[in-house]
Design a binder for this molecule. Structure first.
Ligand code: NAD
Length: 431
């Protein structure tokens, strides 16, 4: 292929370090870890190239008789340590660059908590709120069939992410199973419990955010009793994390979602807010709190900030105004590298996504193991194992950060990239 054709190729354009989107952020994070990889650094380019990218057309019959086409993706970033693992996102802003970055963060995350998985991610560029239940089901099933070539219980195991839930996972499992000719519960995780899902999975990511957040707060002498929290994103991750912090004595003083930004210095009734979101689809119209301009969210008086919505929310513009002492990344990729530097200079501790939100994939791993053995564990057993894995992983990353004098993010990348590239090195290149 000529140089001009190669550089015009859409994928090669995503492999540039000057990509300002999430993939560019990820590439900069890899550059920061490279000096700490010793002899394994000769493999570092592996981390900058997704193993496999599949782009699919997803055509469906709409209820009004027309045919609509959606663009879907499945990216397997690295499978040196095991099958690909990572969620599926339905969102109008999904791009290949974003899915590539999310798949790479899954490689790092799975290695950070030492799960025997590689990293993968999928998505469809669609606003699912504009689809009927029937259209959503047809789109999910067609997408699953299209990516069925590369997924499977021992190949790549999808899970829920933004705007996908256990109902979507049930349709994916059913579609894959029909195409295979036998029920394959282990092809996705985050399924309903009645279909081989795991107890505790729905709350797992929020529980993990809380578990490592509590450890981090303890390490910097911040008491959770009376601590003020600001939470961006009040869905599966943000809602559950907020509830657990409140149970530990903290109060939630600010919440932002796609519908509004609410501020209540006395603290919200989180259970009532969750019920309101369930009924109305967002926090707008909740009985308590003052509605703020969205940009003001970042400057509210708080001790702990939990971004639990989308990527690239904490930027050069707002990092200077954040008042929290501790940021726990529930979302994937919420902080840009430039913002990371500002926060480090301001002595604000950031617990990075790749460890902070690893609770979800950890219980997904438990679900996959339970499906393979057809032997199911109690919720107490699951939560106890989750907390143990999260605490040990966080402690290892904390020690690595102290040892090298680096941020927790770079420390997590040191631990993970070393594990990934060690596996790569031991497997060797074929042929
Ligand atoms: P969700 O769909 O349940 O909730 C998303 C929340 O973000 C909603 O409250 C929504 O209103 C809010 N939001 C959307 N756009 C926004 C905007 N522009 N400004 C402010 N808020 C906005 O999704 P979720 O499962 O809670 O995932 C949230 C984040 O956590 C994502 O980054 C996801 O990748 C990450 N994550 C999720 C899991 C999981 O198990 N669900 C695991 C690891 C990481």
């Amino acid at each position: 292929m000529s140089q001009s054709l190669a550089s015009a190729h859409p994928i090669s354009s995503y492999l540039q370090a000057d990509d300002l989107g999430p993939w560019g952020t990820y590439l900069q994070q890899v550059d920061r870890v490279a000096p700490y990889l010793g002899s394994l650094s000769r493999w570092v380019e592996t981390l900058k190239r997704p193993k496999r990218i599949l782009i699919v057309d997803v055509p469906i019959h709409m209820d009004n008789g027309t045919i609509a086409h959606f663009e879907g993706y499945r990216v397997q970033h690295n499978i040196s340590r095991g099958p690909g693992k990572g969620g599926v996102r339905f969102h109008q802003d999904v791009t290949l660059s974003e899915v590539m970055a999310l798949s790479a963060w899954m490689s790092v995350k799975n290695a950070a908590v030492n799960l025997p998985f590689g990293g993968a991610k999928g998505g469809i560029r669609v606003d699912p709120r504009n689809l009927s239940a029937g259209e959503l089901q047809r789109m999910t099933r067609r997408y699953t069939s299209e990516i069925g070539l590369i997924i499977g219980p021992t190949k790549d195991i999808p899970a829920p992410d933004v705007n996908t839930d256990e109902r979507v996972m049930a349709w994916m499992m059913d579609t894959y199973s029909i195409n295979q000719g036998s029920t394959a519960t282990g092809v996705v995780t985050g399924k309903p419990v009645a279909l081989g899902g795991s107890l505790g999975r729905r709350e797992a990511t929020g529980r993990g955010v809380f578990t490592v957040g509590r450890e981090a707060a303890n390490n910097i002498g911040l008491s959770l009793e009376g601590a003020r929290l600001a939470v961006q994103g009040f869905g599966n991750v943000g809602g559950v994390a907020a509830q657990l912090f409140v149970e530990a004595g903290a109060k939630v003083v600010a919440v932002q979602d796609h519908t509004d930004t609410l501020y209540e210095p006395a603290g919200f009734d989180v259970a009532a807010l969750q019920a309101h979101v369930k009924r109305n689809g967002g926090i707008a119209g909740f009985e308590a709190g003052e509605s703020l301009d969205p940009a003001q969210f970042w400057e509210v008086d708080c001790d702990i900030l939990i971004p639990a919505a989308l990527e690239q929310q904490i930027t050069e513009e707002n990092a200077l105004r954040i008042k929290a002492r501790l940021i726990i990344e529930g979302a994937n990729g919420p902080t840009t590298p430039q913002a990371d530097d500002i926060l480090a200079d301001r002595n604000i501790l950031v617990v990075p996504d790749v460890i902070a939100n690893a609770g979800g994939v950890t219980v997904s791993y438990f679900e996959w193991v339970q499906d393979f053995s057809s032997f199911f564990w109690s919720e107490d057993e699951i939560n106890a194992r989750l907390v143990k894995i999260m605490r040990e992983a966080f402690s290892h990353i904390w020690q690595t950060a102290q040892e090298h004098g680096v941020s927790l993010r770079t420390a997590a990348f040191i631990v993970s990239c070393t594990r990934i590239l060690e596996a790569r090195d031991l497997r060797g290149l074929y042929p």
